[in-house]
Design a protein around this ligand. Structure first.
Ligand code: BMA
Length: 328
């Protein structure tokens, strides 16, 4: 039907709200935001930067829940409609017998992806500093932790939903121990999820809303125009970091080649739940559901490091915007 195509399954039950008639943006927010509030669990200080996927006849997800000790953990959750979530009170306990890797420090900012025969979770994993943890699950009950992908310090590790040139492929953002004031997106491959290499540079920060650092958001979406990558970009203001999101199209076979990239942002902190919270002025996308039949895209993002929100867009509108507002 549309001009551009999402290559993937149809998802008839994707959460969806029509674009309000007076909305001039490419991405519009859910009327139900925030869909997950900070006190959703009795023990939670905040639930944000979380990832969801289609699962059985509904949805499953991995949620960043910082508890009232402010320990950062990830929890599994389930939903029939993608909006109302049952999140386990107990954090995920990974099965792992790899020396050192099995020692848990902290876990945050998960992403989830289905590749071939199972779901994979990547997250920012404490290992003498942040790096990229990887686990797989079939049922969101048992999680099997694998080797960390990289040495510290690294964040925003996001797997592609299919192998590239026969290998697993991941975007990541090498960083430092603190609130990193720099950061480019890189691409790496592995054929066994143990050893990573073939590193390529994808994108550097650039201009205004994305001038301090950038990081991959949801799992890249395969489209007729290339991999659609929604990513976050950070500006350093006199009041601290401001997190926005934008999008790029990457070459399908060589995803380190950028085809187009938005010069303006797609979404910036504007609503109260994005501007006020534990860390003000943050929108941080970590997941997207897609329906190939209608081209609908539902984006899950964290608001102000406190709550979980939902926003919508449509493939034709989004790709058209990226192409006509691109600067490489
Ligand atoms: C990053 C991560 C994110 C967070 C963001 C804004 O470094 O810690 O989890 O949303 O900072 O505080």
């Amino acid at each position: 039907m549309g001009k551009y195509k999402i290559i993937g399954e149809s998802l008839k039950n994707i959460p969806w709200e029509e674009k309000p008639a007076d909305c001039k943006e490419v991405i519009w927010r859910s009327n139900m935001n925030p869909i997950i509030k900070r006190d959703h669990l009795p023990t939670s200080n905040s639930i944000f930067n979380s990832a969801v996927v289609p699962f059985e006849d509904g949805f499953a997800g991995v949620f960043r829940c910082d508890d009232k000790r402010r320990e950062m953990r990830i929890h599994a959750g389930f939903s029939k409609d993608g909006v109302n979530w049952d999140i386990n009170e107990e954090p995920i306990k990974f099965n792992c017998d790899i020396e050192q890797v099995k020692e848990f420090e902290y876990a945050y900012d998960p992403r989830v992806v289905w590749i071939e025969d199972r779901y994979y979770v990547t997250w920012c994993n404490g290992f003498y500093g942040p790096t990229i943890g990887i686990a797989y699950t079939y049922d969101f009950k048992e999680f099997h932790q694998l080797e960390n992908a990289f040495l510290p310090f690294n964040r925003n590790g996001v797997l592609f939903p299919k192998k590239i040139d026969g290998n697993f492929a991941m975007l990541s953002r090498p960083s430092d121990t603190g609130h990193t004031p720099f950061g480019d997106i890189f691409y790496s491959e592995s054929n066994d999820l143990k050893f990573w290499g073939r590193h390529r540079h994808v994108m550097a920060p650039r201009g205004w809303w994305q001038s301090t650092k950038i990081g991959a958001g949801p799992v890249p979406i395969e489209t007729s125009e290339g991999w659609l990558l929604i990513y976050h970009g950070v500006l350093t203001s006199c009041n601290g970091y401001v997190y926005h999101f934008g999008a790029a199209l990457l070459d399908l076979e060589k995803p380190w080649k950028v085809i187009a990239r938005t010069e303006p942002y797609l979404l910036a902190p504007r609503e109260l739940y994005e501007c006020v919270g534990d860390v003000p002025n943050v929108v941080f996308p970590c997941a997207a559901l897609t329906d190939s039949e209608t081209g609908r895209i539902a984006i899950y993002y964290g608001g102000a490091d406190t709550v979980t929100c939902l926003a919508y867009t449509q493939i034709d509108e989004l790709v058209e915007f990226i192409k006509s507002n691109s600067k490489l």
